[in-house]
Design a protein around this ligand. Structure first.
Ligand SMILES: [Zn+2]
Length: 138
């Protein structure tokens, strides 16, 4: 592992390669996703890069009907809402991301604890296109 592998942009660069990465503390073993420079558990700065499996479960979610500008530009609105969830990753950490592949016309059918896997969505076009982490039901 190099110092470079855990710099602050590493997580977003890994997303471009369809990977979720984080850090594992070399002192206490705590896994942080995205990576942390300082372990939140023991405050060590000694860590190695880890790659998440991309599997997790839905811990919480909200359906967004009034999107921020970036999501409105991507085509979301009250008639085309989207779901943002907190996903408990298999490795332990929780991460916030868009949840795709759900029937948002019936939010009551979305179940806490449902298994999810990583997927990636691209928003924007041309030079402004950017890939984002998302999750979908398995
Ligand atoms: Zn630690």
């Amino acid at each position: 592992m190099t110092e470079h592998a855990l710099h602050s942009k590493a997580f977003n660069q890994a997303i471009e390669e369809d990977l979720i990465i984080g850090s594992r503390c070399l002192v206490c073993g705590k896994i942080s996703i995205p990576q942390r420079q300082i372990c939140p558990n023991c405050h060590s700065d000694q860590a190695e890069r880890v790659q998440a499996s991309g599997q997790g479960t839905l811990a919480a979610f909200t359906v967004i009907y009034v999107p921020p500008t970036s999501m409105a530009d991507a085509g979301y609105n009250a008639k085309n809402p989207y779901c943002v969830g907190i996903v408990s990753l298999e490795e332990g950490p929780r991460i916030s991301a868009q949840i795709v592949g759900l029937d948002l016309s019936d939010p009551a059918a979305i179940k806490i604890g449902m298994p999810l896997r990583q997927t990636f969505v691209t928003r924007g076009e041309g030079e402004t296109a950017k890939k984002f982490l998302a999750f979908e039901p398995i």
